[in-house]
Design a protein around this ligand. Structure first.
Ligand code: PAF
Length: 281
């Protein structure tokens, strides 16, 4: 596995791979790799000739400077894990390499950025879309891999690829969970063992919602009320629980087809998100 840090070095590796007709699988990450990321890298390995992984804590997607500062940085461990999972090339740029002085061009996926994570974290999705567009231009992947845990992000990236004609196939892979149901996330390491146990309640609430829909509930407000009741601890602050259309991410008025159940909570000051897909039978 090779590590490159500059745009020029990355471009040269990509040029060589393209010249040889290689397919490129790309996994963009902010490091602090966990089993969810490793599943993306392993899938990219199985499906592509060259596997590129980027490790870059993207400052422009953090609306809260404290969050940016406390984001876990585990470079050495990440390198070992990425190599073991099958990465061929690691791209670890500096902030200056991607955002040199004078940088002033941003990508915005307007409607899909408005609600949920976009409302809670102003500017977040503009930062995500901008860095992903830059990385796609640099890596020129055949396929790019994202986790379904960040459902809104994956939906938004698909829209950007469509709108801006990137020749990339976006693959969103299923969420990897701890045994108690908690979706793996780099943020989980900031929870105490007790907080981690409590966090499973978010998944349990989403599962309850899915169960009710399967059972015949059609009014979203009734399902959401029951999901809220399932999050029983006073130590959990619900930010939102929602039932949305998978295409527009707008709340549905009635559950008649496929929907996404979305949730965000705060536990011990840590913001956690999760989701499940579901379809009315
Ligand atoms: O999901 C993430 O880790 C980040 O939002 C991404 C896609 C790597 C962009 O910085």
């Amino acid at each position: 596995m090779k590590t490159v840090r500059s745009v020029a070095a990355l471009r040269s590796e990509i040029r060589n791979a393209k010249r040889r007709g290689k397919t490129i699988g790309f996994v963009p990450t902010m490091g602090a790799l966990h089993a969810g990321h490793l599943k993306l890298i392993q899938t990219a390995r199985r499906r592509n000739d060259l596997v590129v992984v980027s490790l870059f804590v993207n400052p422009i997607q953090f609306n809260n400077p404290k969050d940016l500062k406390s984001y876990p940085r585990t470079g050495q461990r990440d390198r070992i894990l990425a190599r073991a999972a099958g990465a061929d090339l690691l791209f670890i740029p500096s902030v200056r390499a991607l955002y040199p002085d004078g940088f002033q061009t941003f990508v915005e996926v307007t409607r899909l950025s408005k609600r949920w994570e976009g409302a809670a974290r102003p500017g977040h999705f503009q930062g995500v879309a901008t860095v992903v567009a830059k990385l796609f231009n640099l890596v020129q992947p055949t396929e790019a891999y994202f986790g379904r845990k960040d459902a809104q992000q994956a939906r938004l990236v698909r829209q950007m690829v469509l709108d801006l004609n990137f020749p990339v196939r976006v693959r969103a892979l299923g969420t990897v969970r701890e045994s108690g149901g908690l979706a793996l996330s780099s943020r989980n390491r900031r929870l105490s063992p007790g907080g981690r146990r409590l966090a499973g309640q978010l998944h349990a609430a989403l599962q309850e919602g899915r169960g009710l829909i399967k059972w015949g509930f059609r009014r979203p407000e009734r399902v959401i009320a029951r999901m809220r009741r399932r999050v029983s601890s006073k130590r959990i602050r619900i930010e939102y629980l929602a039932i949305v259309d998978p295409g527009t991410l707008e709340p549905v008025r009635r559950i008649t087809g496929p929907v996404w159940l979305l949730g965000a909570v705060r536990i011990e000051g840590v913001r956690l998100i999760d989701n499940l897909t579901c379809s009315a039978p």
